[in-house]
Design a protein around this ligand. Sequence first.
Ligand code: PEP
Length: 254
Amino acid sequence: MNKDRKLIIAGNWKMNKTVAEALDLVAGLKRELAAIKEVDLVVAPPFTALSEVSKVILDSNIRLGAQNVSEQNVGAYTGEIAAAMLKEFSVRYVILGHSERRQYQQESNELVARKAIAVHAVALKPIICVGEVLAERESGRTEKVLETQVRGSVAGLTADQMEETVIAYEPVWAIGTGKTATTEQAQAAHAFIRRTLASLYDETVAKRVRIQYGGSVKPGNARELMSQPDVDGALVGGAALEVRSFSDIVKNSI
Ligand code: PEP
């Protein structure tokens, strides 16, 4: 595939995998994906497995991601983890504003933006998730929702920081449901997000930002999704939990 932007495919393991299971999975991915140079590969295990997984992938083409971070740098914030602490484990990417966190932890666009600033402050890269729920799509509000989420979630980022930020378009109705957006729906949403970035920054910045698609990505639909001009990778949930399915998604995307 001939795109100026390098594809980035990330596995969001969510609250799955003990340390032993995580090590098993990542050892398999390392073996299966050793030859992949065309795609930036990221795995985001739970916090408890970051340390051990980081040691195993040190000499590989797989980069480490975290699933959340505090917007604070240090101090009395029980249960929170700061971006600098993630950096200690060679984390490179941090998933922010996933729809599950927006829904269950009431994360707002403003909070996501503060977290993105904290992530950039230690030179890590945020993967900022946006996406509409089914009722919003069905009532024709998808673009309005995406515009509000994108504007709010990147507020305060400089142009340089924006270029180093990944956006994940994840229609909430497609997450973990087996329903995938059609390639046309995905492309249209991605193009809209890019236009929004162009209006917030400029065309050059917008062209450099990678926009992943997420929502029931599988080996069978990866190639078609990834072939869309504005789809620059995938954020994968369920299918990232097995060596075979994640590896096949990556291989089918090239
Ligand atoms: C996700 O939660 O980011 C996701 C895309 O999940 P799934 O691939 O299981 O739909």
